[in-house]
Unconditional design. Structure first.
Length: 118
């Protein structure tokens, strides 16, 4: 099974202070077909528990894709606050995370997701 990114990781990408400072993530205008981990697990369980799936490959993804600008808009609608999406380049993003105390390896790992989405 090929899974898309879990919707459950969106909070990791947007950060703890998203309501105060907006989203700062190097994903540009890229879009992702996020799916909740629970739904992917249910799909995998069905495939594993039923016959007829031998030698088949499945891609588990949503029909809808979302950019981080759109996620900022959704958060704005939900909270009533104006949540902005900031699209930093990879290096300033890493530097800001490192300055905030995130190990460089973790910051680089997160930046890799952002640039892959972009």
């Amino acid at each position: 099974m090929n899974n898309t990114l879990y919707a459950d990781v969106i909070p990791l990408f947007v950060g703890d202070n998203v309501l105060e400072s907006g989203i700062f993530f190097p994903a540009g205008n890229g879009k992702t077909p996020f799916v909740p981990r629970k739904e992917m697990a249910e799909a995998a369980a069905i495939v594993l528990a039923t016959s007829g799936h031998e030698n088949k490959e499945y891609a588990i993804a949503s029909n809808n894709t979302y950019s981080f600008n759109e996620i900022a808009g959704m958060l704005s609608d939900i909270t009533g606050k104006d949540i902005k999406y900031h699209e930093p380049d990879k290096d300033p993003y890493i530097q800001q995370l490192v300055t905030a105390g995130v190990p460089i390896e973790s910051a680089s790992f997160l930046a890799g997701f952002g640039t892959a989405i972009a």
